[in-house]
Design a protein around this ligand. Sequence first.
Ligand SMILES: C[S@@+](CC[C@H](N)C(=O)[O-])C[C@H]1O[C@@H](n2cnc3c(N)ncnc32)[C@H](O)[C@@H]1O
Length: 194
Amino acid sequence: MDSPEDISRYYKKQYRIYDATRSFFLFGRKELTSRVNKNSNGKTLEVGCGTGYLLNQINSDEPYGIDLSYEMLSVAKNKLATNVCLEQTTFLDYNPENKFDNIVFAYFFTISFGELETHIAKAKSLLNSGGRIYVVDFYDYGNQLYKKYMNWHGIEMNPSLLSQLENNFTTEHSELHSAYFGLWKYFIYQGGIS
Ligand SMILES: C[S@@+](CC[C@H](N)C(=O)[O-])C[C@H]1O[C@@H](n2cnc3c(N)ncnc32)[C@H](O)[C@@H]1O
């Protein structure tokens, strides 16, 4: 999508049906959560936490979530324990006092693909030395018709997302999966920073 305003408008229309509908196509989020929970010591941030689906399953001593959408965060607030620190902000405007040990992105990068490089640079700037990034996201479309449909929803899939992650972090784990007999592919990525 083009701007934070467009994204905010989109989720204002979607937040009521979000939890009921997304399990049919946002695959890999449970697997990503299990990975985070193996290393969840310290401070963990989810960027674009939406309605709190992942934060509800992440066992962290100090969980944080940010999202630009007031409506998505209002659903998260009702669902999550009170120790989860939530803030309404865009990622690029977020200026926390301390850095994080783990940063999680679930279906975040492909919704604002135009900002990919600045978003990766921001993630690097917010990670402690020895910290980790965890990402699940779309990898590529299976055909042109599906591409048109997803672009209409503001999603841009491009295999360069995974290469950019691999270029910027030390890859600890990377896996590709096919959804609905090849309609699209998605990936799960874990990387470290020295
Ligand atoms: C596809 S949803 C994913 C939500 C959640 N991670 C999940 O897996 O259910 C993308 C979320 O990212 C948020 N978002 C998109 N761009 C953002 C940005 N630049 N800063 C903060 N939040 C953003 C949207 O408001 C939305 O809640």
